[in-house]
Design a binder for this molecule. Structure first.
Ligand code: FPP
Length: 237
C-alpha cells in the first residue's frame, strides 16, 4: 500500500447487486444479503488498514420498505443478528458503529440492538462504520429543514443565520466529514437518494462487480482510482 497520495478519509458505498448475485446462483434474495454482510466485513477491515476513518454503507433505504414483506423481514433479522454477532469483533478491532436514518419506523427490537451496538462500540477510534438504515437524502433534508424551521419559529435562530454549515450540522451525518469517494457496485450509475448534500464534491466510482463479490482487491482498486483523480473543488490548479 503506497503512501504518496492522500487516501480518502470517508468512503461511502451503495452496496448494489445482492439480489442479482443470489438469482444467478438459484438462491433466495436474502441469501445475497447474507453474502453482502461478508463483503462489509472484508471491506471494513481493508478500509481500516488503509487508514480510512469513516466507512458508510447504504443498507436500507426509505424506499426499501416497498420490497416484499419476506425480504424486508429477512433484512431486519439480518441487521439484528449481524450487529449482535459482530459487536465483540468491532470492539476488539477499534471500530465504532453508528447509524444514520430515521429509526422510529423500526421495531423496538431492531432499535434496541442498534442502540446497544452503538453504545458498546463508542470507544472505537480506529474507524467508524456508519450504517444508513431507513435512510434517504431527501428524507434527511426534510427532517433537518423541519428542525431548523422549529428553531426559527421559536426565535432561537434568525433566518439570515442559516448557512451551509448550519444545514450540514442539522443532518444525520453532522458527526463526520463529507464522503471523499462514493462507490456503487453492480454497474448502476446513479446515487439513488444517498448522501446527496454530502456528496457535492465526492469522487464517484461505479465498478461492475456485484456487492457480494466485492473483494479486498476491489477496494484497493477504489483507492487507486481515487488517488488518480484530480480534485479541484470548483477551483483552478
Ligand atoms: C441492494 O442490493 C442491497 C440492499 C438493499 C441491502 C444491503 C444490506 C446488506 C448487505 C446487509 C448489511 C447489514 C449490516 C448489518 C452491515 P439489491 O437487493 O437491490 O440487489 P439487486 O439490485 O441485484 O436486486
Amino acid at each position: 500500500m503506497s503512501e504518496q497520495k492522500p487516501i480518502p478519509q470517508h468512503v461511502a458505498i451503495i452496496m448494489d447487486g445482492n439480489g442479482r448475485w443470489a438469482e444467478q446462483r438459484g438462491k433466495e434474495r436474502y441469501e445475497g444479503h447474507i453474502a453482502g454482510v461478508e463483503s462489509v466485513r472484508r471491506v471494513l477491515r481493508r478500509a481500516a488498514k488503509w487508514g480510512v476513518k469513516y466507512l458508510t454503507v447504504y443498507a436500507f433505504s426509505t424506499e426499501n420498505w416497498g420490497r416484499p414483506a419476506e425480504e424486508v423481514n429477512a433484512l431486519m433479522e439480518l441487521f439484528c443478528k449481524s450487529v449482535v454477532n459482530e459487536t465483540p469483533a468491532l470492539i476488539e478491532e477499534g471500530v465504532r458503529l453508528r447509524v444514520i436514518g430515521e429509526r422510529s419506523r423500526f421495531s423496538q427490537k431492531v432499535r434496541h440492538y442498534l442502540e446497544e451496538a452503538e453504545r458498546k462500540t463508542e470507544e472505537g477510534h480506529c474507524i467508524t462504520l456508519v450504517l444508513a438504515l431507513n435512510y434517504s437524502s431527501r428524507d434527511e433534508i426534510r427532517r433537518a429543514v423541519r428542525h431548523l424551521a422549529v428553531r426559527v419559529a421559536e426565535g432561537e435562530l434568525q433566518p439570515e443565520a442559516i448557512t451551509e454549515e448550519t444545514i450540514s450540522r442539522s443532518l444525520d451525518t453532522a458527526f463526520m466529514p463529507d464522503p471523499d469517494l462514493v462507490i456503487r457496485t453492480s454497474g448502476e450509475c446513479r446515487l439513488s437518494n444517498f448522501l446527496l448534500w454530502q456528496s457535492s464534491y465526492a469522487e464517484l466510482w461505479f465498478p461492475e462487480v456485484l456487492w457480494p463479490d466485492f473483494t479486498e482487491e476491489d477496494f484497493d482498486r477504489a483507492i487507486e482510482v481515487y488517488r488518480h483523480r484530480d480534485r479541484r473543488f470548483g477551483l483552478v490548479k
